[in-house]
Design a protein around this ligand. Structure first.
Ligand SMILES: [Zn+2]
Length: 467
């Protein structure tokens, strides 16, 4: 492994088509050896670079009394203070548009991207030319890991404006030599056209959000199209939502399309480095530690946790020259393990995916609730439709949780009261007292992007009470 940093990759390199690995040596290496020989040297170089080129980190680490040369091990690395989403937003407001962490002159920006701003002020990303190449390399390597090959044709069914995920997928396909169909999403009538093209062109791999794939499958069936027979997807991979890691959602997607469902993605600030991603065995997302170094940290003590535990994910870029994130506190909750995976890779895994997205969490009667837990219950019940809504209200100062669901199309109306009872009972077994409202099939809004399924009306109640 070269000690050069930033890393330069040979853009012509491809593994042998029958190799399951892009880089067998690194992917299957003894984890401790990989930490010493690859991760730590990259980390040290990344820290030095950030300190010298990012006023943001210089100020932050000086205030904490830390210099990059103090960090000699991954244990030392725990001394580096976390970076939060709010801090990045605040910094971008003070130093618009890219913040004081850009690290490169504006003239060297190859690509401007941004977050979609669904949860607050959008964040602006300015990506260097070298980073574009490293993004492509990382994606190609990881996508190879779940089975994408140069003979594949990839249908990218998600937004192509501010959503980084679509662009990262495209860059990776091109680097890997696979064909791509950057179809996009969000234009009126586009879902109907997507069905038509998927049937005619027969792409072999699908990329989008889990919500959208289920919506497309439902729409196809209503038109008499069978996604298993009339399309030709052998792999469907997803990011942007936790769904592809939610067991019952994964099952529904695989049953609908007849291909394997792959979960990927971390958080917008780290993207599009697709450094959390499942392999073809779908045992939970691998943490590709030599691309982005991930830690699982106790939410209270902020200390790194042993394998088997649940905590918050913290990420560090190891090869990013523009806006590197170093110990980025995503707030997302997961559990990690180092149990072996049949693929032979020695990366740790998140066996249950990221089931607690910080942005999605709500608190009801003092308990933290993640919508993905409710999603898993709903989609595990046969006869229940894919879509749902969670409405939180406040009655006489008591929080009330209402779950709206639909029977699947074609389900006998006489069975609906049983579905309602079953859902209520299963949610109660998980400690959630809810009122279930069953709606007519097709009532709830479908989405082409990330679903916003939680509607919190409590503030409204508080405002009424104040008057
Ligand atoms: Zn694996």
């Amino acid at each position: 492994m070269s000690t050069q940093w930033p890393l330069e990759y040979d853009p012509k390199y491809l593994p042998s088509p029958d190799s399951p690995y892009w880089n067998e040596k690194v992917e299957t290496m003894d984890p401790q050896e990989r930490e010493e020989k690859i991760i730590l040297p990259k980390l040290k170089a990344q820290l030095k670079y950030a300190y010298e080129n990012s006023p943001f980190y210089k100020k932050k680490w000086d205030a904490a009394g830390i210099k990059p040369e103090h960090i000699r091990s991954l244990e030392d690395f725990e001394q580096i203070p976390f970076v939060t989403k709010d801090e990045i937003r605040q910094d971008q407001m003070e130093y618009p548009p890219f913040g004081s962490n850009l690290c490169i002159p504006k003239e060297q920006i190859a690509r401007v991207q941004g977050t979609s701003g669904t949860t607050g002020k959008p964040t602006a990303f300015g990506i260097s030319k070298g980073d574009m190449m490293r993004i492509a390399e990382a994606h190609a390597r990881i996508m190879w890991g779940f089975g994408m090959r140069p003979h594949d044709l990839v249908f990218i069914a998600s937004f192509f404006s501010l959503y980084w995920g679509s662009w990262g997928a495209l860059l990776g396909c091109e680097r890997l030599g696979a064909g791509s169909f950057p179809f996009g999403a969000g234009v009126p009538g586009q879902s109907d056209r997507a069905l038509k093209w998927m049937k005619e062109i027969k792409p072999t791999i699908f990329y989008g959000t889990p919500s959208y794939s289920l919506y497309l499958a439902e729409k196809a069936k209503a038109k008499g199209i069978d996604p298993r027979k009339d399309f030709n997807f052998r792999i469907l991979f997803f990011s942007g939502e936790p769904g592809a890691g939610v067991p019952s959602t994964k099952k529904r997607i695989e049953e609908a399309y007849g291909g394997i469902c792959i979960d990927s993605g971390s958080t917008a600030e780290m993207s599009p480095w697709m450094s959390n991603c499942e392999c073809e065995y779908r045992t939970g997302m691998h943490l590709w530690q030599d691309i982005v170094y991930a830690e699982l940290v106790d939410v209270e003590t902020k200390k790194r946790l042993p394998y088997g535990k649940e905590g918050a994910t913290v990420y560090t870029h190891l090869e990013r020259t523009s806006q590197p994130m170093i110990r980025f506190w995503s707030g997302d909750i997961s559990q990690w393990t180092d149990e072996p995976c049949p693929c032979g890779r020695t990366y740790p895994r998140l066996p249950k995916g990221i089931y607690g997205r910080a942005d999605d969490m709500f608190v009801i009667r003092g308990e933290n609730v993640y919508p993905s837990a409710i999603e898993d219950v709903i989609r595990s019940i046969e006869g229940m439709g894919d879509e749902f809504r969670i409405i939180i209200t406040r009655e006489k100062t008591m929080d009330e949780l209402i779950v709206q669901a639909e029977p699947a199309p074609g389900v006998d109306k006489a069975l609906v009261p049983q579905l309602k009872q079953k859902l209520e009972a299963e949610l109660r077994a998980k400690g959630l007292r809810t009122i279930v409202e069953m709606l007519e099939p097709g009532t709830l809004e479908r989405t082409e992007f990330k679903a916003r399924r939680v509607i919190d009306k409590r503030q409204l109640y508080d405002e009424i009470i104040k008057k």
